[in-house]
Write a protein that binds this ligand. Structure first.
Ligand code: V47
Length: 380
């Protein structure tokens, strides 16, 4: 009886929502057909839209225009040099103080051993990131790159977030340009997209006041791109940010991409609350994660690729994301630490064969790429 009454009451509201969504998606489709750029207002309306399937359909069309039937993955290996960190962001479960149990910093020999393990396992990219260690010198990081380059001349070295690069300028007294140039000369090939979080100063002041702010993050990327280093970009969502702040983050990235063209892919990262100082926040829902992928695909018209990072999305949702605008599942990863410290229940790595199966099953053609999206093999 209650259910019936509840259903009756909800019907007019649902019908009204459907009408609003229908009108919105039609307007957006018209804009996209006319190759008009979506505005902040459009972004906010899309974030508020309940018609997930309609949103996915629009995003999938854009994905098809950009990458056709291809869905990409790569063979990579993650190395986290240390977890000892002076920043201690509230959303992070990975960072430690020096004397905490589980605190570590890898020696150069250990880094090389790890790298060798990754390369022997088939990795074509080393994804090397770190924490903001209180006293490791800049030379340590330069040596990591130099030694990996020397030992593995053909591997792609994607290393250090914009936040780490900013930190290197502080510990080395070098300019941003000098830090990046030094790393590039040592063998650095590109930068990962981490550390962006949400650009809103309100959010950063609350969650991560001890590291590069949003202007600086963007400045690091601008400088890296000017030196010919490509990079990715991320957004950590699902904590204390508003929907407006998410849209503004996407627009800031779109503006910089207009200027430099140096971003390769955008990776929305759903917040994992476990073991963090924000553990009372609930994990985002599948609905929200798919909507974030779709809206990112629609707003970021100048980004070629949207990654569904299976480690954070979970494998089932990452696979479904391929029908909501994503065209890349990232890689084999092998030993992920940051999200697993925060309670991720996915494996720490995945095989190439499994990635191929997931992509095929979603109706796409698996393509193994290198870090710069050169095609290595198409699995027809
Ligand atoms: O910078 C930290 C985020 C990032 C949590 O560029 C968290 O190819 C969720 O940037 N819950 C690291 N997220 C991951 C990253 C990345 C991953 C895959 C590919 C690429 C790429 C980059 O993870 C951090 C931070 O923004 N993070 N803590 C957490 N509890």
């Amino acid at each position: 009886m209650y259910q019936l009454k509840h259903k009756e009451r909800m019907k007019p509201r649902r019908e009204k929502q459907d009408k609003v969504s229908d009108r919105l998606l039609k307007d957006i489709q018209n804009k996209l057909d006319q190759r008009k750029r979506l505005t902040r207002q459009d972004g906010l309306a899309l974030m508020d839209c309940h018609d997930l399937i309609g949103l996915g359909r629009l995003a999938r069309r854009i994905k098809k225009q950009k990458t056709g039937q291809h869905v990409y993955f790569n063979s990579n290996f993650h190395i986290n040099l240390t977890n000892i960190c002076v920043s201690r962001c509230k959303f992070c479960a990975f960072g430690r103080d020096r004397d905490d149990a589980g605190a570590y910093a890898m020696t150069l020999d250990e880094v090389l051993q790890q790298a060798e393990y990754g390369v022997e396992g088939g990795a074509k990219e080393l994804h090397i990131v770190s924490a903001l260690h209180p006293d490791l010198p800049f030379d340590y990081y330069v040596e990591v790159i130099r030694l990996c380059r020397e030992r593995f001349p053909t591997i792609h070295l994607k290393a250090f977030t914009a936040v780490e690069i900013d930190y290197f300028t502080k510990i080395s007294q070098l300019s941003l340009h000098q830090v990046l140039q030094t790393l590039k000369e040592a063998g650095l090939d590109s930068l990962p997209g981490g550390g962006a979080e949400v650009f809103s100063p309100r959010v950063r002041d609350k969650l991560c006041p001890n590291k590069a702010n949003s202007e600086r993050w963007l400045e690091v990327m601008r400088t890296a791109h000017s030196l010919g280093l490509k990079s990715n970009a991320t957004m950590l969502y699902g904590h204390i940010e508003t929907l407006e702040e998410r849209v503004d983050h996407l627009l800031a990235l779109r503006n910089l991409q207009d200027e430099t063209g140096g971003f390769q892919s955008f990776i929305p990262l759903p917040f994992h609350p476990q073991n963090t100082q924000l553990s009372s926040i609930q994990r985002t829902t599948a609905f929200e994660d798919l909507k974030m992928i779709a809206v990112s695909r629609l707003i970021l018209d100048n980004f070629d690729h949207i990654k569904a990072y299976w480690i954070m999305q979970g494998i089932p949702l990452a696979q479904i994301s391929l029908n909501f605008g994503a065209d890349d599942l990232d890689g084999t990863v092998v030993k992920e630490k940051i999200t697993h410290a925060a309670g991720a229940r996915t494996n720490e790595g995945i095989t190439k064969e499994e990635l191929i199966r997931l992509i095929r099953e979603a109706g796409y053609t698996p393509v193994e790429r290198d870090t710069l999206y050169n095609i290595l093999q198409v699995f027809d």
